[in-house]
Design a protein around this ligand. Structure first.
Ligand SMILES: [Zn+2]
Length: 358
């Protein structure tokens, strides 16, 4: 994600914090300063928010650790002002595994809450809930309450929240996964609208932000699952682009720029004299090269991306989607000798989905 900084690497997972998170912390610190006017209040307020987000991160690591048990890696965990995101390489498609991964996050918050409750009871410092709010009351008890809220909030049966995943997985036992996702995503969008309404009437910008996030994410997941279902029945040959212009490794950047204007392509295969693929030049790489100081007579071989995944004509489209998901600009469809027959981009897979009418 853009504007995210890597803070640490925990249990082999990169941990990022989004820049806007620091703005939130700054804003909270300033609010406490304006209301209370003491450093103690600022430290208390900011400290509580930091502990709250530490619990959010622990929640995300709960998902990641459970996914690891099923052999699924987590690319990174990112902390945003609206919560954490654990970017799993994929979600398990076995409903039972998906339920386990989805429950592992809220389970972490339940464990934290129970542990704090035991500690507070044992030390006889538990105060009645009426005397608590976000800013008043014993620190640890407030942390306990926030963990209960986190667990309950995340278990709302609204996609893409954890409860929505559980709902989808449970539904997919009775219906196909695409329909199950549509139902769960629909529930998510209803909840998003309710959040949005509550946020607008209550004047809570954070709630509006969460509403937008839930709405967009529910939609994206629904589309992604539908795409996968179609992809499963198709082969690389069904999706590949066969009418395109290619470059040679000796072509200059200036030539590539002309080709970019002349065609509607955003990525250009670089093909050697023997017809084998050397790599791809992307529009972004080309723009970067044109913006730089270096001469435009340089060969495109210097700016091309050489590591392009290759599949055979009969390769499944679903594995192509996985490769594209990992960030490759294009997937080359090659014969056994390495000659390129065509290539596949995310954009034309999208077109194929529309044509096939999902
Ligand atoms: Zn979660």
């Amino acid at each position: 994600m853009k504007w995210s900084w890597k803070i640490a690497r925990i249990a082999d997972i990169d941990f990022f914090v989004h820049a806007t998170f620091f703005i939130l912390i700054l804003w909270i610190g300033l609010s406490y300063w304006q209301i209370e006017g003491t450093w103690a209040a600022v430290i208390n307020g900011v400290g509580f928010i930091l502990v709250l987000f530490a619990c959010v991160v622990a929640h995300e690591f709960g998902h990641a650790m459970m996914a690891r048990r099923y052999g699924i890696r987590t690319k990174h965990i990112t902390l945003l002002p609206i919560g954490g995101v654990a970017m799993l390489e994929r979600m398990p498609e076995d409903p039972k595994q998906e339920i386990a991964v989805a429950l592992a996050g809220p389970a972490v918050n339940v464990v934290i809450a129970v542990a704090l409750w035991l500690w507070l009871s044992a030390s006889d410092t538990l105060v009645p809930a009426e005397q608590l709010n976000l800013t008043k009351g014993p620190f640890l008890e407030r942390v306990m309450v926030i963990n209960i809220i986190l667990a309950v909030f995340n278990m709302l049966p609204a996609f893409p929240m954890d409860g929505g995943r559980v709902l989808r997985a449970a539904l997919s036992i009775f219906m196909d996964r695409v329909r199950a996702t549509r139902v769960a995503a629909g529930a998510g969008q209803v909840v998003a609208l309710l959040f949005g309404f509550a946020g607008l009437t209550g004047g809570n910008p954070l709630l509006i932000l969460i509403a937008v996030f839930v709405f967009v994410a529910a939609n994206a997941e629904s589309q992604d699952v539908a795409m996968r279902a179609v992809a499963r029945s198709l082969l690389a040959r069904d999706a590949m682009i066969t009418a395109y212009e290619a470059l040679t490794p000796e072509d200059s950047i200036a030539t590539a720029a002309k080709t970019l204007i002349r065609t509607t392509q955003h990525e250009f295969p670089v093909i050697g004299q023997d017809g084998t693929l050397d790599g791809f030049v992307t529009r972004d790489a080309l723009f970067a090269a044109l913006a730089g100081e270096a001469p435009r007579a340089r060969p495109v071989a210097q700016i091309m991306e050489p590591d392009i995944p290759r599949v055979a004509l009969g390769g499944g489209l679903e594995s192509v989607l996985d490769l594209l998901h990992k960030g490759a600009p294009a997937i080359a469809v090659c014969d056994r000798e390495g000659h390129m027959l065509g290539y596949i981009t995310r954009e034309n897979v999208g077109e194929l989905m529309v044509v096939r009418g999902r």
